[in-house]
Design a binder for this molecule. Structure first.
Ligand code: ADE
Ligand code: ZN
Length: 350
């Protein structure tokens, strides 16, 4: 720990977790579609849903693994047709994020989910981009976009998707890799990630959510990613743990997602406190907040309540989130000063 965290009473921890400025680096915008918005958009766009009501849809959110979630998540995204739909979805998320004191967010979007249904790439990107810009102006939240390739599809499909997005290159900062992990190793996407690196895009990939540590090695060595999304399986490989500590590779961990997708049986057993203690650069994110029971602050408060972590860990997690972002060093220093000020204020009031 390179900062002295003041003594803060445990009773004030939930308030501190909410108040501290933080970055969210792992959330899928399609995973922020609340059932109410899915139904409103279905009605607006005359899309037929296989559920009769908001309650029936919500009742279907009982997942057994990643794939059981993805099937429902892709069905929910089918209501998105027009630029305004993408805008409305992103503004709703950004309102929630700003309320959680998220000062910066790097939002994943899955263009192939939409282009495969005949929605134009520019419809997707322009709607999301306009929402990010308007939220920055009206709420002061910094928001950027990361285009994610669906790993259950072919690398050719990913390459074609990249080409289609390149006319809008200035509207996204990087690329990621998501969807069904097991059976779709990072090496499958070596060429498209090499091309993205040449283009100067930031690179991240989901690895070690359900898949083995070998996928984390592959994401680092073959895809050359700067961050690992999830990475909770890294604990199974001591050599990998040593490397992640040595290179301070950020892991964007998503506790409520891990619980809802049965990656862990109980939040109290989540390995984030151990990863943090071991010196890994971990942080907390919401992944798909509308499906997993909470936005980023809910992830913080539930994990802290379940594991007994305290103010020291809160500081380190928030700081990690800011440092691991793709924002400029000057911008990061500014947010970290804000973080220090919040902790100083809570310490002074102790
Ligand atoms: N797409 C949306 N959420 C995801 C997750 N948790 N893992 C892989 N792909 C996803
Ligand atoms: Zn994810």
């Amino acid at each position: 720990m390179n900062h002295t965290v003041p003594q803060i009473a445990a009773s004030r921890l939930p308030e501190l977790l909410r108040a501290m400025p933080k970055a969210e680096l792992h959330m899928h915008i399609e995973g922020s579609l609340e059932p109410e918005l899915i139904f409103a958009l279905a009605q607006r766009n005359q899309v037929e849903l296989p559920y009769d009501s908001v309650e029936a849809l919500r009742a279907a959110y009982a997942f057994t693994d990643l794939q059981s979630f993805l099937d429902i998540y892709y069905a929910g995204a089918s209501v998105l047709l027009y630029e305004q739909d993408f805008y409305d979805m992103a503004r709703a998320y950004l309102n929630r994020a700003a309320a959680d004191n998220v000062v910066h967010t790097e939002i994943f979007f899955d263009p192939q989910t939409h282009t495969a249904r005949g929605v134009g790439m520019e419809t997707v990107i322009n709607g999301l981009y306009r929402a990010c810009r308007d939220a920055q102006i009206s709420q002061g939240i910094s928001a950027t976009l990361i285009l994610s390739f669906l790993r259950h599809l072919s690398e050719e499909d990913a390459l074609a998707t990249l080409e289609e997005a390149l006319p809008l290159r200035d509207r996204f900062i990087g690329v990621g890799l998501d969807s069904s992990e097991v059976g779709n190793p990072p090496e499958k996407f070596a060429r498209v990630f090499a091309r993205c690196k040449e283009l100067g895009l930031h690179l991240v990939a989901h690895a070690g959510e359900e898949g083995p540590p070998a996928y984390i090695w592959g994401a680092l060595d073959t895809l050359k990613v700067a961050r690992i999304d999830h990475g909770v399986q890294s604990e199974k490989d001591e050599l990998l743990m040593q490397r992640l500590v040595r290179e301070q590779v950020p892991l964007t961990v998503c506790p409520l997602s891990n619980l809802k997708l049965c990656v862990v049986d109980d939040l109290a057993d989540h390995n984030l406190p151990r990863l943090l203690e071991a010196g890994l650069k971990v942080m907390i994110n919401s992944d798909d907040p509308a499906y997993f029971g909470g936005y980023v602050n809910e992830n913080y408060t539930q994990l802290f309540a379940a594991t007994g972590m305290g103010a020291d860990q809160a500081y380190q997690l928030a700081r990690n989130s800011l440092e691991a972002s793709f924002a400029s060093d000057a911008q990061k220093a500014d947010w970290i000063a804000q973080l220090d000020a919040v902790f100083a204020k809570f310490g002074a009031a102790a």
